[in-house]
Design a protein around this ligand. Sequence first.
Ligand code: C2E
Ligand code: MG
Ligand code: MG
Ligand code: MG
Length: 291
Amino acid sequence: QVKRSGKNAFRFFDPELNTRHRDRIALENDLRGAVARGELDLHYQPQVSLATRGIVGLEALLRWNHPGLGAIPPATFIQVAEEVGLISEISNWVLETACAQLARWQAEGVGAPRVSINLSACDFQRGDVVGRIRACLDRHGVAPSCLEVEITEGLMMDDTADIAAKVRALREAGISVAIDDFGTGYSALAYLQRFPVSTLKIDRSFVRDLEGPMTNPIISAITGIARGFDLDLVAEGVENLEQADALRALGCEVMQGYLFARPAPAGEVPGWLRQPERLFLGAGSADLQAA
Ligand code: C2E
Ligand code: MG
Ligand code: MG
Ligand code: MG
């Protein structure tokens, strides 16, 4: 139990670090039973097109309702799940839940658009992720075109033939693949030639800096890359009209963010699908409506 490394040993003399260490162990233990106890949930956030004023897709975002601590955001537990080997169980649950939900929306006739799920690099590094996804779609009778898988650039840095083959197999099966948080990793752009992804998601950190229709070298570069590789483009974290206007002026018209809707439980989705134009009311601008 006591760490051998001299560098880490001091934590046992630092009460704050010691507390953090115990919190972490408690979190791990609680996470172990979370799936079985039904504590996980998916919220959905629409991706809207300014051009069609419709919903292009929905991103499924994981929520953990901890019995004692309340809602725990994914940023605090996904990494723990990866480190302690729980991520594949969680990813399976996410896949299963998203497909079951898609099937339910289709059965209800609300016209389910595409759902994007976030997978971890670990999911691609071991096991037959493609087979699992295809089997799950089959089991629920959901078309592959209704699913998108979001991965991060870190995965492409591995640059193994195996991972490129998995991405290709997903695309060949008709499943979309998006690069999440695009531009925030350290990867070489060359990977775009070997990994046939379908979508780039502009990270919120780039969108945050936008004010009005001014030039923005990073976003211009990303829209250029998307055009060059013939990829779909989605901006995430769009919170205000200035950002939406600027993005559109820079060549990105599909957006996801609080300006349109916050992530919400599945029950909200049929209302969005029936009246997508209401998502633009919050945006409140004649400009956006005319897009
Ligand atoms: P992400 O995939 O980049 O998801 C976008 C995050 O931005 C979400 O945070 C979303 O709630 C938030 N967001 C959306 N619009 C806005 C906005 O206008 N303003 C601001 N400030 N934030 C906005 P969330 O749900 O806390 O998820 C955080 C990250 O956790 C996700 O980032 C993703 O990397 C990861 N994650 C979420 N669900 C899953 C999952 O099922 N599996 C895995 N492996 N990771 C997940
Ligand atoms: Mg994502
Ligand atoms: Mg993202
Ligand atoms: Mg992001």
